[in-house]
Write a protein that binds this ligand. Structure first.
Ligand code: SAM
Length: 293
């Protein structure tokens, strides 16, 4: 049994020993609250049969807890300075691999096949994300085509609220739809700023993503569907109609097609996009696609 990395004292000692000052530009806020780390691992229901991917291990606070709970852990850390730190802090754990790479430049599928001994094991992603790239990381992971049994990620609470939003609320938008199209999103719990060193200047929350129920309608063209999510919310206060014509033009030809498409799916043009469910968005996209818009 080794002492936890994630105490304020040990974290400070490690940082002093290596002369590490945290970089704000890399979103470095290290967790020093062991209770929160245990809650994160519990939220992922991580067990000794699981393969776990971590993004941004820092000095290893979460990695250590994952190593104790999982079969194997693969972690990606961009900051070269932390690699020698991790080599020491994680030395007791034989089931951890740290790769010194920018996660946004990693070919995840290849990395996973190369590093996990048991490719059939349940696959989970557990991370305290660098907040400045939360959305690009999530989109990369969701669009990688890799099936994660669960994704447990800490992020800015404001973003967590958007990912888990319901139609008709102020947080509901194109990001909500882009994520919920692939996974079910649940805000698990919020985390106090004092649980980190240094304290971040935003509130944090843990989001749990799990495979969603199959969609009742399939989009004709995924790329265009994602564009429609954005078009719908271009100007939040405007009606769906106004956002559509400002995107597609208001020539008679286009407005006729738009009118037909909206009628086909039974939508009042005066509705606002925030009222539309994901399924309604897909149906609308299909009607627009069929109308040639
Ligand atoms: N997991 C640690 C913890 O919970 O204490 C550190 C979390 S800290 C919020 C985010 C980590 O992500 C930092 O270690 C930072 O260096 C790393 N990071 C930032 N950008 C990255 C990128 N593009 N690819 C991989 N890691 C990155």
């Amino acid at each position: 049994d080794y002492p936890d990395i994630a105490t304020p004292l040990r974290t400070q000692a490690i940082m002093n020993q290596y002369g590490i000052n945290t970089k704000k530009s890399l979103g470095q806020n290290f967790l020093t609250n062991i209770g929160v780390l245990k809650q994160i691992v519990a939220a992922g229901e991580v067990t000794t049969t699981d393969n776990v991917v971590e993004i941004g291990p820092g000095i290893g606070a979460l990695t250590e807890q994952l190593a104790r709970a999982a079969q194997q852990v693969l972690a990606f850390e961009i900051d070269q300075r932390l690699i020698e730190v991790l080599a020491e802090t994680l030395a007791p754990y034989q089931n951890v691999t740290v790769i010194n790479q920018d996660i946004l430049k990693v070919d995840l599928e290849t990395a996973l096949t190369q590093h996990f001994d048991d490719p059939k094991a349940p696959l989970k992603l557990v991370a305290n994300l660098p907040y400045y790239i939360t959305t690009p990381i999530l989109m990369q992971v969701l669009e990688s085509g890799i099936t994660f049994d669960s994704i447990v990620v800490m992020m800015q609470k404001e973003v967590a609220d958007r990912l888990s939003a319901e139609p008709g609320t102020k947080d509901y938008g194109s990001l909500t739809l882009a994520v919920q199209y692939r996974m079910q999103a649940k805000l698990a719990f919020t985390v106090d700023r004092r649980s980190f060193v240094p304290n971040p200047n935003v509130d944090s929350a843990i989001i749990v993503l799990t495979p969603r129920e199959p969609l009742t309608v399939q989009p004709r063209d995924e790329k265009k569907l994602f564009q429609l999510f954005k078009v719908g919310f271009k100007l939040r206060r405007k009606t769906l109609w106004n956002n559509l014509i400002s995107e597609f033009g208001k020539t008679e030809e286009v407005t006729t097609k738009l009118t037909t498409a909206l009628e086909t799916v039974g939508l009042d043009p005066r509705i606002r996009a925030e009222k539309l469910t994901l399924e309604q968005f897909i149906t609308l996209h299909n009607a627009l696609f069929d109308a040639g818009v």
